[in-house]
Structures are given as C-alpha cells and as structure tokens.
Design a protein. Sequence first.
Length: 247
Amino acid sequence: MSVVSSSVCHVLREDPDLADAIPPDRRRQAVEECTAPELSLQPGRWGGRGSLGFRGGIGVLVLRGLMIRRVGIDGRYGAELIGEGDLLRPDEESISPLLPLTTDWSIVLPTRVAALDLDFEQHLAQYPELGRRLIARALQRSKNLSVNMAIVHQARVDVRLHMLLWHLAARWGRVRSDGTVLRLRLTHAVLADLVAARRPTVTTALSELTRRGMVTTDGETWILSGEAPRDVLPSAHETPSPTHQSG
C-alpha cells in the first residue's frame, strides 16, 4: 500500500457535519483555522497510524474511502468496516494482552484521511463543540460494533448477511425505484470475516439470497429488495438449507 501526502486540507470543509457543530457566527473562522495534513491511501495492507509519518494528536479522520480492520485468533477473524467520518487511533487501540491476537488493517477502496495532529488538537480549546462532535463519532463506532455483534449471533448465515447488508445500507445506501442500492466492493472473503463465517458458506448463502430475490449484486453494487428485515427467519414454513447453519 502506498501513502501519498498532499499539503493540508480544511477539515471542516471536507466534513460538513463537523462544521455544523460550530455556531454560525464562528463557523467560517473555524473552517479556515482547522487544517490538518491530508493523505491518500491506496488499496492494500496498511501499517496503521504510525506508518503515516506523524505522532501525537487526536488520530486519523477518514474523509473518503473504505478500509477494514481485522482481529483474529488462530486464523479466525472478526472484522469492522470503517469509512467516511470515522475517527481512528490504529496504533493505540487496546488489544487484550492475555490472548494470542493478531490485528491488521487493509484499504478496500482508495481512501483519503486527515491526520488530526498536535496543531489541529490546539484548536479544540477554541472550539470545544468540535471536540464533543469527535467524541460522538467515536461512540457511534462502538455502537456500530455492537450491532455487528448482534448480527453474528444469528444462527443462519443467510440471515446474518441480509442483516449486515441492510446495516451497511443504513449508512452508505441510497433508495432507488428498484430497491436500496449499496455501492461497496465487498468480496466474499471480507463478508465472511464480517459475519463470522467461512467463505464457501458465504458464497452459498448469497446464492440463496439471490434466488429468493432479496439481494442482487455484481460484487460492487448491491441492490436490496423490499424493506429491512423485521424478523430473523424469512418464513417459518421454509425448510432450512445448509446455509442456515452456523459458519
């Protein structure tokens, strides 16, 4: 993975939701003052925040793109998708010291990040509203992980996948006349990590969802038909297929 550094970016201009946290009478000044180094990350393995060439500060704010964080034990992984608006501290995130854990980061789509370094951090005293909004971002990431945990506890892999896609669509999807469209390049291997299943099981489960007309995909664009699932089982009268078993 290559890292390309640009000069600086105006963080609040790139992320209007952060700008909205500042009262209108001070917003223009905040937009001009709150700058940070911007870096472009190309798809591939990522060494984490330390590989970006800066130390200190708040962390890394994702401006555009998509990455995945994987944590595993003995070759079985859990995963987290991270995208626009997420706040990270990759080289400082707590990992249990008593378990043989491995962790890695991969860039899925070309990604732009802002390095909220020590210079940026100094502006938080002047704009405390910005600090509160950044804390809310970090808390929202933990809530998303809680939803992921609830999803992977469903017994049926096809149900896990269906719920996961709708969960992702709530953040990144768009409603069209033919369904809810989610444009994410998600390989079967990535999906397997996200739903705690094995890749062949995921492939079979996706085929089942496609057969039922619930999901259509070319691997990069996902079209979800109907409404988000309200029940765990599609039908109480269906006979479970092999995809309905835990992965």
